[in-house]
Write a protein that binds this ligand. Structure first.
Ligand code: ZN
Length: 454
């Protein structure tokens, strides 16, 4: 039995009453938290690892609810272009040219970047080589809702991505059986829909039925761009994406909609009615999509969490940056400096993330009995001092470099900035080599930005 005691920390619990301990202790045994606040000495075993957290902040690990692990090596391939160029000329050719080994390295690189910004759990939107992605998650120690990219229709898709409805659903059932509960239960397998552009109604309906049968979730890009809404209106004779999804019985509490930018007020109400979860991705929103009604959605009681999206559309897989951006853009958008305050941001990045991943009973807050998914933050630094208001400081001033250590499932997956279960340097070397090779193989040529002498 292994124990870890965190002593004398400023503990942000994110429990139901949002208690904070100015000088608290937290005791972990194996993979779970067994006491928070004031730990009695008789509970501590002789061989417990004791960490002095004086001056440090301990809080739940962050949940990143929209990630593309396979796109990590495509960072920098989609800057300053519109979404359709981004998709068809840059990212689809790149992603569809990758081997399983390349997706494995891409996934490791992505997970390392997330862990270094305090992420302990995330929702993968869907890659193709699920075994590569699953192995990476299993090895590095993070928690993941894993999914396979799923499409059965659509213009301009790479040849090796064209799959029939039956084939693509069967592939997911196979992946569910292989990967669900793997990695000491850290991996939960989810079903996925890439976007309504690439999904027939049959695929949508059968995906939802399967997710219910297997008691898991569905991850889907919803209402990303105005062209999507126009397309769905034409396809359905007048309904927009969310109205259509509602009519076919797709909307439910186990649906995670990424972006949800172009929702009407009526569609926001449909999200509330069916308890659909929304992942807000502020950097991707500003780069190419538009501003979601996050403030309004939160006010109506919709569970909105935060995601980075993939590396080519953000380009930082950094949840500390995303928290900062979320806090700022909705103040700017609504011209209301009180909109989406720091405590709401922490809620979105922790407990709302846990609800979105359908794991509210296990993660998202520091409470007895929950899984030990947490981070130690070191607030000391020229860019984050002084610490007048710790919670606001985390959101508005701190960077991922303030995250000192990251624990998932009771194990340190980063300790004192060092990734535990894999060599970051080795992954970096491999990733750089592979990224070049894939770009050349996919035939992607980026235009010169300045006159270049070669
Ligand atoms: Zn996405």
């Amino acid at each position: 039995m292994s124990q870890v005691l965190l002593k004398d920390a400023y503990i942000i619990t994110m429990n139901d009453s949002r208690q904070v301990y100015e000088k608290g202790d937290l005791l972990i045994e194996n993979d779970r938290i067994i006491e928070v606040g004031h730990v009695s000495i008789d509970k501590i075993k002789g061989d417990a690892e004791i960490i002095d957290c004086k001056g440090k902040i301990v809080m739940p690990g962050l949940s990143n609810t929209h990630v593309h692990m396979t796109q990590q090596l495509g960072r920098g391939l989609g800057d300053d272009v519109d979404l359709l160029t981004w998709l068809r000329e840059r990212i689809w050719p790149y992603e569809s040219s990758m081997s399983e080994e390349e997706q494995y390295i891409s996934a490791l690189a992505c997970c390392i970047e997330m862990i270094k910004s305090g992420v302990t759990s995330f929702a993968e939107s869907g890659g193709f080589h699920i075994d590569g992605l699953g192995k990476a998650v299993e090895k590095i120690g993070i928690r993941c809702a894993l999914a396979r990219s799923t499409m059965d229709t659509g213009e301009g898709l790479p040849l090796n991505w064209r799959e029939s409805t039956d084939y693509t659903l069967n592939k997911q059932i196979e992946a569910y059986e292989k990967w669900n509960n793997k990695g000491d239960d850290r991996i939960k397998y989810w079903f996925a829909i890439r976007t309504i552009f690439n999904a027939t109604d049959e695929l949508l309906i059968r995906t939802k039925e399967l997710a219910d049968k297997y008691k898991t979730g569905v991850h889907m890009h919803i209402a990303e761009i105005p062209e999507e809404i126009d397309y769905v209106k034409e396809r359905t004779g007048g309904d927009s994406t969310v109205e259509h999804l509602s009519k076919i019985g797709f909307l439910d509490k186990n649906i995670l909609g990424a972006h949800t930018v172009w929702l009407t007020d009526k569609e926001v109400d449909l999200f509330r009615l069916h308890n659909v979860k929304s992942s807000h991705n502020p950097a991707a929103a500003m780069k190419v999509l538009g501003f979601a009604k996050v403030y309004e959605m939160l006010k109506k009681g919709i569970v909105v969490s935060i995601g980075t999206d993939g590396a080519p559309c953000n380009n930082r897989m950094d949840m500390m940056d995303e928290m900062y951006l979320t806090a700022l853009i909705h103040k700017g958008r609504t011209l209301n400096p009180k909109a989406v305050p720091a405590e709401t941001i922490l809620q979105m990045a922790t407990i709302n993330g846990a609800k979105t991943l359908l794991q509210e009973d296990e993660i998202g807050s520091l409470q007895e009995g929950k899984k030990a998914d947490l981070i130690i933050i070191n607030p000391r630094g020229i860019g984050s001092m002084p610490l007048h208001d710790p919670i606001a400081n985390i959101v508005y001033s701190m960077h991922s470099t303030n995250v000192q250590s990251t624990m998932c499932n009771g194990k340190w997956i980063m300790k004192d900035r060092k990734i535990t279960f894999i060599s970051e340097e080795d992954v970096l070397n491999e990733a750089e080599k592979m990224a070049d090779a894939i770009r050349k193989r996919a035939g992607i040529i980026l235009p010169d930005r300045f006159p270049t002498i070669r």
